[in-house]
Design a protein around this ligand. Structure first.
Ligand code: GLY
Ligand code: MN
Ligand code: MN
Length: 466
């Protein structure tokens, strides 16, 4: 028998193959440096030659002393840089910015040094492509460079300022952030028109790249599988937070870094509160539970709602309303394809709900549907749960929700008592494809038969803590 000896060349070859495979997998799971570069190049190509764009990642907010609330970078800034540092700035200038003897059209300013509280090595941008056009500069140069570019620019592009105002209770004065900022800029650079960069960024962000779609599918899969685990585990007498704990445990176990928004776990009449997230109530026998939840994966978040009976079986009245919502969800998704206006999809869902409620005698005419379906039923998802977009025509590459519902408040004395106190929403995430659409949240069941079957399976159950 011939003795087989593994040569070091062979082993090295295997090692190379293995590392190439690992990095290929890794690359699929992240937005690449090249993609961030393409996004910045596109913005620069849309700007007038003598203009400047300035984006900020935002600032941290203290919760107690040196402890901060979680920091989420401004989504437009993050979309262009992949940088999660607080207090960072991005300057874009088609005519070039002189910095440390070189000229660049894109400069990212970061604080340098080690942060002893967070352990972060500030100034590290893992996604930076050294071949890209962006230069990283120390933030200590920012004031000087900003002044240099703003004094000679003929327009300044900025994303929208944070909405709202700060109220000083002593002077009883309101400081509207946008008004105050614009006033201060005018005082310093009177010649400088201020233009919004939000619209072009929304046009870009509403069309997802292949990598963004892969990340959204991953977030949708994690969310779906976690919801299945919750449905297998739900029992009468659990608290809403028990279900939240099982869900978010599964999110983490499946690799999600965060929730994209506070998990909504509304049982019984709490399901009628659209964004209820207190999650403190004990779930009683026979009640429905509405869970509107989304895992976030590499910055991208899903948004799924399922409504299920805690006992594992829908009552006849719950069934009647559920079937209407399900039909609205299915029929509105069915018409999704490129070229269809957002408002047509919205109208379709509302019309199906209106028809169903009229047939049950809950509303006298279609326009009364808004009493029991008081919200829009479709939005983009992405870096933000309600993601940036124009909301005009559907286009291939968009990823949007469809989330019709029926909410009958307990005090609706004009509605048959059997329907009162019921809240139902069914929300799916849909990729618009060149020829139609693809539902990316099919891993979690939505029909009554499928849900009742799933709920018979054994789940994690009540995790006992001694
Ligand atoms: N989860 C919030 C929404 O569905 O819009
Ligand atoms: Mn939702
Ligand atoms: Mn939604």
């Amino acid at each position: 028998m011939r003795k087989f000896s593994i040569s070091s060349t062979f082993l090295f070859g295997l090692y190379l193959l293995f590392t190439a495979l690992i990095s290929a997998l890794d690359a699929r799971e992240k937005i690449t440096a090249a993609e961030y570069q393409q996004r910045r190049d596109k913005v620069v190509s849309l700007m007038d030659n003598q203009s400047v764009a300035l984006l900020s990642s935002g600032t941290t907010k203290a919760r107690a002393g040196d402890l901060n609330f979680p920091f989420y970078p401004d989504p437009n800034f993050y979309y262009l840089t992949g940088c999660k540092d607080a207090g960072a700035f991005l300057l874009l200038a088609p005519q070039g910015i002189k910095i440390e003897g070189a000229a660049a059209t894109q400069v990212l300013f970061l604080a340098s040094g080690y942060n002893a509280y967070t352990g972060d090595l500030r100034g590290e941008v893992p996604v930076l492509d050294s071949s890209g056009a962006m230069v990283i500069a120390d933030k200590k140069h920012f004031d000087e460079i900003r002044h240099q570019v703003l004094s000679r620019a003929d327009a300044l592009y900025v994303p929208a300022w944070p909405q709202g105002f700060l109220h000083d209770p002593i002077s009883d004065k309101r400081f509207f952030i946008e008004r105050e900022a614009k006033k201060a800029i005018k005082e310093k650079y009177s010649q400088l028109p201020i233009k919004s960069i939000s619209a072009p960024l929304a046009q870009m962000r509403q069309l997802k790249s292949e990598q963004e779609i892969a990340l959204l599918k991953q977030a949708a899969s994690i969310t779906s599988r976690a919801l299945c685990e919750v449905m297998r585990s739900a029992e009468t007498g659990m608290y809403e937070y028990d279900l939240q704990a099982i869900l978010e445990y599964a999110f983490k176990r499946l690799g999600a870094e965060d929730v994209g928004f506070n998990s909504i776990v509304g049982s019984g009449p709490n399901a009628i509160i659209l964004h209820y997230d207190k999650n403190r109530r004990c779930i009683e026998a026979g009640e429905l539970v509405l869970m509107d939840v989304g895992a976030q994966y590499e910055g991208y978040g899903a948004d799924i709602t399922r409504t299920f009976p805690v006992s594992g079986r829908f009552s006849p009245a719950q069934r009647e309303l559920y079937e209407i919502v399900l039909r609205a969800n299915r029929e509105a998704i069915q018409i999704m394809k490129p070229g269809v206006p957002f408002k047509e999809v919205e109208a379709k869902a509302a019309a199906v709900v209106a028809d169903g409620l009229q047939k049950l005698g809950i509303i006298p005419e279609a326009k009364a549907v808004k009493n029991y379906l008081p919200h829009g039923v479709s939005h983009h998802i992405g870096l933000e749960t309600h993601d940036a977009g124009e909301y005009k025509l559907l286009q291939a590459g968009m990823v949007i929700t469809m989330e019709p519902g029926i909410y009958i408040p307990v005090e609706s004395t004009d509605v048959d008592v059997k329907y009162r106190g019921i809240g139902i929403r069914i929300e799916d995430d849909i990729l618009i494809t060149p020829n139609g659409h693809e539902v990316i949240t099919d891993e979690v069941p939505r029909t009554i038969a499928e849900i009742e079957k799933l709920m018979k399976e054994k789940g994690l159950g009540q995790i006992r803590i001694r």
